[in-house]
Design a protein around this ligand. Structure first.
Ligand code: G6Q
Length: 556
């Protein structure tokens, strides 16, 4: 296959870019009264409006050519059928099997994985029902009131974003906490809020060897035993979700209280597996299954609908358009929903760990830009912080706006104001305000000539800033499942176009190895000189402080 940048679809897009790069979206809207209808797609209650993008029909046709040239459909089918498309780790990529609600089998090494998937779902239902109903009791007969998820990365971000987003579905007498950071303040501040008698710790770790998670788990276990004093009590208060049942039982967790998943589930795609146990306990298994259903509906949409109507494919192609042709370096995601405040954090891992690569599937360095920097925060807060840069900064930042049409909460005026702000931003970003408009406005306000001359340039908005608007009826478990699956497939499609393996994360490994070596040097007082001078200097500086008598509070 030709290098991507020499392929016919790419070259055609490059030529097209030169023709349209200065076209203003406000002119495109003026020319086509049906632009909204022409550039929006729906799936169930989700409306995806991409009309405020710097595209015309020809742009989209050329982008679809690029998708076809990249064999998107064939790669998609390979993923869904369990082919080992994670080539560097020789693994299938089958998070989609976890939410397969059909009766169809899914094979890995000629073995149907669906019976195992269903059996763990059954185990999750039985367990979460027991905890929620109060049938599951702590060691001295109290019911569980607090669930603490101890995990990091993929074993934290997914369950965390969902528990936050769907808080209004939670059982009123249960609280969910997430401890991920190895900084002891994360664990200790959480422990201050809970009582060992009424707490369930869910140790979520695919490998059960992750340094941060294991340290947090052992410290939590010590805190628990220091107060309870009886090792036998552990089985009522600690459960594990892992592919490494052996290590979980060594930790002291009863095998019956371990929940399995498999190596064909990537960490950042694992919330649909037993890693979602905290979700099931906090929100109930029916809601967890609704989440799976929503994701399954997006999977079907992704598989069955032609590329031209396919939401994740369109999103991915627009991303490539800005990333590779407009040289946009980052991508903002702004949920107009406080419940979705953690969505950008979840998407940062999903997108940046998947597509933050510079070597293609053949081991060659790529000569084009791959995954963008993903960032964002809930609106309207972002408007009062960083929106200035999106409106008038020197970088082009394509943005996704997400908003429910209806709020779960009663204060309807708030939601109307929220909605108006969301649409006002997308409109302002698109339209801008040119010199003549600002001049007319300032004159109308009676501002004197001199002030106009000084201030006018600062008040001009170029506009032509692209955005997608995703409106859904309500933030329900099912809709949230569809939205997260939509982003997963978007990232998948971009990885295929960029010809990279979106399913490994070697970049994370290197730092872990170095941290192990540095830990040795931090554990002894002698001066070190075995690193570069900066690292030596920083270790010696910290050791000077630490070994010279400054007190540290520890659990040890
Ligand atoms: C995700 C990564 C990573 C992983 C964490 C936690 O794709 O693999 O974020 O989820 O490192 O790993 P464990 O679940 O093994 O503790």
């Amino acid at each position: 296959m030709k290098n991507l940048t020499e392929s016919s679809a790419w070259l055609a897009l490059k030529e097209h870019f030169n023709e349209v790069k200065d076209v203003h979206m406000k002119d495109l809207f003026a020319e086509d009264s049906e632009r909204f209808e022409n550039f929006s797609v729906s799936l169930n209650d989700i409306l995806f409006d991409y009309s405020k993008n710097r595209i015309n029909e020809n742009t989209m046709a050329l982008l679809f050519d690029l998708a076809r040239q990249s064999h998107i459909e064939q790669w998609r089918d390979k993923m869904f059928s369990g082919e080992a498309i994670n080539i560097t780790e020789k693994r299938s990529v089958l998070h989609t099997a976890l939410r397969n609600r059909s009766s169809q089998s899914v094979n890995v090494d000629n073995q149907d994985v669906m019976p195992k998937v269903k059996s763990v779902l059954k185990q999750m239902r039985a367990f979460s029902d027991q905890v929620r109903s109060g049938q599951w009791r702590g060691y001295n007969g109290h019911r569980i009131k607090s669930v603490v998820n101890i995990g990091i990365g993929g074993s934290d971000l997914g369950p965390h974003v969902i528990c936050d987003a769907l808080k209004s579905y939670a059982q009123h007498d249960l609280n969910a906490y997430f401890v991920s950071n190895v900084d002891s303040s994360h664990l200790l501040e959480t422990l201050k809020q809970i009582d060992p008698e009424t707490t369930l710790f869910i140790i979520a770790s695919k490998t059960f060897t992750t340094q941060e998670t294991m340290l947090n788990a052992f410290s939590a276990r010590k805190w628990f035993l220091d107060q309870v004093g009886d090792e036998k009590a552990i089985e009522k208060h600690f459960v594990a979700v892992t592919t490494n049942i052996e290590l979980a039982t060594e930790f002291g967790i009863n095998k019956a209280n371990t929940f399995a998943f498999w190596d064909w589930v990537g960490g950042r795609y694992s919330l649909w597996s037993a890693i979602g146990l905290t979700i099931a306990v906090y929100l109930g298994m029916d809601h967890f299954e609704a989440l799976l259903e929503g994701a399954d509906e997006m999977d079907q949409h992704f598989q069955d609908v032609p590329l031209e109507e396919n939401i994740p494919v369109i999103m991915a192609l627009l991303g490539v358009w800005y990333n590779n042709f407009f040289a946009a370096k980052s991508y903002a995601v702004i949920p107009y929903s406080q419940y979705l405040d953690r969505l950008p954090a979840f998407l940062q891992q999903l997108d940046m760990e998947s597509n933050g690569k510079t070597v293609d599937r053949n081991g060659q360095r790529v000569n084009y830009q791959t995954g963008p920097i993903i960032w964002g925060q809930a609106g309207t807060n972002g408007q009062h912080a960083f929106f200035q840069l999106i409106h008038q900064g020197s970088q082009l930042i394509p943005t996704d706006f997400l908003i429910p049409a209806l709020s779960h909460q009663a204060l309807s005026t708030h939601h109307r104001v929220l909605f108006s702000n969301c649409l006002a931003q997308t409109k302002a970003l698109m339209l801008g305000k040119n010199h003549a408009e600002v001049l007319a406005e300032m004159k109308q306000q009676g501002i004197d000539e001199q002030t106009i001359e000084n201030i006018l340039p600062h008040r001009v908005f170029e506009g032509n800033k692209p955005s997608n608007t995703i409106v859904f009826e309500r933030l329900t478990p099912k809709t949230l499942g569809s939205i997260l699956a939509m982003y997963e497939h978007k990232v998948f499609v971009q990885g295929i176009i960029w010809n990279i393996n979106s399913f490994d994360q070697w970049g994370v490994e290197y730092g872990k190895v170095l941290a192990g070596q540095i830990l040795v040097d931090l554990s002894q007082e002698a001066k070190v000189d075995n690193h570069d001078s900066s690292t030596n200097g920083l270790i010696n500086h910290r050791n000077n402080i630490y070994y010279n008598g400054r007190e540290e509070t520890t659990l040890d």
